[in-house]
Ligand binder design. Structure first.
Ligand code: MIC
Ligand code: SF4
Length: 641
C-alpha cells in the first residue's frame, strides 16, 4: 500500500465521490461546519430554502464576530435571526462577544482527523489541530449542513519540511510570511500544504494555527499539521483529551513537492502594502515611522500571542504618537490575561483594549488616519481594507508589533526579545456563551425564526441562455480581491439584503458598475467581467458572486480565477471562463460588446467558446466537471434544487 501523508489519510477516510488517482474533482463528507454572521445569514437562508428539518453534521456552529458594531438595527437583526435559526435547526450559537470564530473553534471544537467546512476563508486555521478545514461559500455550507458532500479539486500535496527551532523574538507569523515570500498569493490553487519534519514538534498549537490560517493567503485548498503529542497536550488542556487521535504521515509518505525551511534561519518578516505576498524583512524597514499598531484577528489573537505582547510592554508605555489597539480572540484568552496580570500591563501601557471580534481586521472600526503607516498582526493588507484607502498597512508578528509600539518606529523584535510563553497546562473553560449545546444536531421543533426588515429573500438565478449578447461592463487588472468586488467595512451591514448590497459591487473600482449593469440588463444584454490573473483572491464571501448574479452578470473572463471564488461563481450560475491565450486580454476594452453565441452548447460540450469583440476575435475556455456544468446550465445551485 502507498505510504500516506496526513492530508491523504483524512481525505480518503471522508471520500464519497471520485477517485484521487484519476478524477479531477473529489467529493468529501463534512463532519463539522462553521459560519460567521457576515456570511452566515445567507448560508442559513439557503439552508432554510432546502427544507431540511435539522442539521445532519456532527456539529455545526454559528459564530457572531464580524458585524458587531451595531450602528443601526441591521447587525442586531442579523444576530437575532441567526440565534433563532440555530435553535430551530440544531446549530450551536456563539453569542456576540464570545470571540472570533476560528480561535473559538480551535479551542472548543476542532478535532484531529475530521473535516470542517466554514463560510470563511480562514477556516483552515483548524489545520493547526490536524483537521482538513476548508473555506467555502455559504451555500456550500448549507449543502454540507443538509448532509451533502463538498467538492474539492483533487489536491496535490506539498510537504513543507520544518527543521530546527525558531530564534527568540521570531514566531509563526514569520514562518508563514516566509512561505508566502516563496510561493506568493497566486498559482497555488488546488494544493494542500502539509507541515512536517522535526521542527513541527517545536511549535505549539496556536503557532501551528497561525501558519495554517494564512495558508488562505496562498490560495491553497487548505494547510494541515499532524496531530501529535503537542496536539494531545493542547486538547487535554482544553478539557478535550477524548477528542485526540494521532495522525502523522507514514514513514516515506509521498508528496507532490517538498520545500524545506530551517526554522533557526527564519528572520522577522513583514508583508508590505498592499498584498500579503509582498513580503520583505523587518530589518529592511527598521526605523520607519508608524502611526498605528493593531494586534489581534484570527491569525494572532491567542493567549500565547497577546501574553507575548504584554511581556514586551511590561512596565513601559507605547510611544506618544502611535495608537495601539488590541482585540483578543476569545473570552478564554481575556480570562487568562486578566488572571496573570497581562490586561493590567496592556492598559497601563496605553493600549486600547477592544472587543473580542474581527473589528479592525475587516475595516469595521479603527481605520487609520489618512496616509498612515499601520502595523497589523492580521492576515490581509489589501488596499483600503482598513477603511482608509491611503493607509500603508504592513502585516507583522505580535513580537514586531509590540517592539515597534514602544518607539513608534519599526523595530526588530529580536533586539530585545522576551521569554517564550509556555503552553498552558490547563485553559479555563467557560462555554456559557455557546447556546443550544444540548439541542445540537436535534433542534427545537416549532421554534420561531426572527426576521428583521434587513433580511431579504435570496434571489435565484435563471437557466443559461443558448446565446449571449454581452458587454464587457468592467475590465480590471491582476489580483482583484473579493474586497474589490464586494467591499466589507461600512457596507457590511447589508450582507443579508442582496438588492441593497448589490449597489456597491465594484465600488472601489467603478462606483457606476451597478447602474451600468442595470441599464444593460434592461436592454437585454448580459454583463461580463473581464479580469487579469488570480481574480477573486481573499474572502470566501459568496456575495461577490451572488450580487453580480443579481445584477445580470453571466460570465467572468479572466486570465486565472481563485478556487473559492470560482466555486462561488458556479454556485450562482456565472460561468468562469479563462482566455485560451492570456494575451487576448488586451483585445477587450471596457464597454466593448461581446458576441458569445453558442455559450450553452459550449458548456455542454468541451467548454471552448469563440468570442467576437468588435473586429477582434478570440477563444475562451472553461473546464467544468459534470456537476459544475449542471449547476451553471440551471442558473446556480439554488435554481438546480
Ligand atoms: C475576511 O477576512 O475577508 C472575511 C471578512 O473574514 C471573509 C468573510 C466575509 O467576507 O464575510 C473571509 O475571509 O472569507
Ligand atoms: Fe475575522 Fe479578519 Fe479573521 Fe476574517 S481574517 S475571520 S475578518 S479576524
Amino acid at each position: 500500500m502507498k505510504k500516506m501523508n496526513v492530508a491523504r489519510k483524512i481525505i480518503s477516510a471522508h471520500l464519497v465521490e471520485g477517485d484521487p488517482a484519476k478524477d479531477p474533482e473529489l467529493g468529501i463528507r463534512i463532519d463539522q461546519t462553521l459560519t460567521q454572521d457576515a456570511t452566515g445569514t445567507m448560508a442559513y437562508l439557503q439552508f432554510e430554502s432546502m427544507g431540511v428539518p435539522r442539521v445532519k453534521t456532527e456539529i455545526s456552529v454559528s459564530y457572531v464576530d464580524h458585524n458587531t458594531v451595531q450602528i443601526g438595527f441591521e447587525n442586531a437583526d442579523d444576530h437575532d435571526f441567526l440565534q433563532s435559526i440555530a435553535k430551530k435547526y440544531g446549530v450551536v450559537y456563539s453569542k456576540c462577544g464570545n470571540g472570533i470564530c476560528h480561535q473559538l473553534h480551535l479551542e472548543r471544537f476542532g478535532k484531529p482527523g475530521t473535516t470542517l467546512l466554514g463560510s470563511d476563508s480562514h477556516t483552515p486555521t483548524g489545520g493547526g489541530v490536524g483537521q482538513i478545514a476548508i473555506g467555502a461559500g455559504g451555500i456550500d455550507i448549507a449543502v454540507a449542513m443538509a448532509g451533502g458532500a463538498f467538492h474539492i479539486p483533487t489536491p496535490k500535496v506539498r510537504a513543507i519540511v520544518l527543521k530546527g527551532k525558531l530564534r527568540k523574538g521570531v514566531s509563526a507569523k514569520d514562518v508563514i510570511l516566509t512561505v508566502l515570500k516563496k510561493f506568493g498569493t497566486k498559482g497555488n490553487v488546488g494544493w494542500i500544504f502539509e507541515y512536517t519534519g522535526p521542527g513541527v514538534a517545536t511549535l505549539d498549537v496556536p503557532s501551528r494555527a497561525t501558519i495554517a490560517n494564512m495558508g488562505a493567503e496562498l490560495g491553497v485548498t487548505t494547510s494541515v499539521f499532524p496531530s501529535d503529542s503537542v496536539t494531545r497536550q493542547f486538547l487535554a488542556a482544553q478539557g478535550r483529551a477524548k477528542d485526540f487521535v494521532k495522525i502523522v504521515a507514514d514513514k516515506g509518505a509521498e508528496y507532490d513537492d517538498v520545500f524545506e525551511i530551517d526554522l533557526a534561519k527564519v528572520e522577522p518578516m513583514m508583508a508590505a502594502p498592499h498584498s500579503p505576498g509582498n513580503v520583505v524583512t523587518v530589518k529592511s524597514k527598521k526605523g520607519l515611522r508608524v502611526n498605528q499598531i493593531m494586534i489581534g484577528s484570527c491569525t494572532n489573537s491567542s493567549y500565547r500571542d497577546i501574553r507575548t505582547v504584554a511581556l514586551y510592554l511590561k512596565g513601559k508605555h507605547v510611544a506618544d504618537d502611535v495608537e495601539v489597539g488590541i482585540a483578543c480572540g476569545s473570552r478564554q484568552v481575556v480570562n487568562m490575561l486578566a488572571k496573570d496580570g497581562s490586561l493590567a500591563i496592556l492598559h497601563a501601557a496605553g493600549c486600547r483594549m477592544l472587543e473580542n471580534a474581527c473589528g479592525f481586521c475587516i475595516g469595521a472600526h479603527m481605520s487609520p488616519r489618512t496616509g498612515a503607516v499601520s502595523l497589523r498582526t492580521n492576515n490581509r493588507n489589501f488596499e483600503g481594507r482598513s477603511g482608509t484607502k491611503s493607509a500603508q498597512v504592513y502585516l507583522v508578528s505580535p513580537e514586531t508589533a509590540a517592539a515597534s509600539a514602544l518607539t513608534g518606529r519599526v523595530e526588530l523584535p529580536t533586539d530585545k526579545p522576551v521569554k517564550a510563553v509556555p503552553s498552558p497546562k490547563k485553559f479555563p473553560i467557560d462555554d456559557a456563551m455557546f447556546l443550544y449545546r444540548k439541542t445540537a444536531g436535534k433542534g427545537v421543533k416549532g421554534a420561531a425564526i426572527t426576521r428583521g426588515p434587513n433580511i431579504a429573500p435570496v434571489p435565484k438565478g435563471e437557466p443559461l441562455a443558448k446565446d449571449i449578447k454581452g458587454v464587457a461592463t468592467i475590465k480590471v487588472g491582476d489580483k482583484i480581491t473579493t474586497d474589490h468586488i464586494m467591499p466589507a467595512g461600512a457596507r457590511l451591514k447589508f450582507r443579508s439584503n442582496i438588492p441593497q448590497y448589490a449597489k456597491f459591487v465594484f465600488e472601489p473600482c467603478d462606483p457606476d458598475f451597478h447602474d451600468k449593469c442595470m441599464a444593460n440588463k434592461e436592454a437585454g444584454l448580459a454583463n461580463v467581467i473581464i479580469a487579469g490573473e488570480s481574480y477573486g483572491q481573499g474572502s470566501s464571501r459568496e456575495h461577490a458572486a451572488l450580487c453580480p448574479m443579481y445584477l445580470g452578470v453571466k460570465a467572468v473572463i479572466a486570465k486565472s480565477i481563485e478556487r473559492i471564488h470560482r466555486a462561488n461563481l458556479i454556485n450562482f450560475g456565472i460561468v468562469p471562463f479563462v482566455f485560451e491565450n492570456p494575451a487576448d486580454y488586451d483585445k477587450v476594452r471596457a464597454g466593448a460588446s461581446l458576441d458569445m453565441r453558442g455559450i450553452r452548447a459550449a458548456i455542454e460540450g468541451d467548454g471552448r467558446l469563440p468570442v467576437k469583440c468588435g473586429k477582434e476575435s478570440f477563444v475562451i475556455r472553461t473546464s467544468l466537471s459534470g456537476r459544475e456544468k449542471h449547476l451553471v446550465l440551471c442558473g446556480g445551485l439554488l435554481a438546480s434544487l
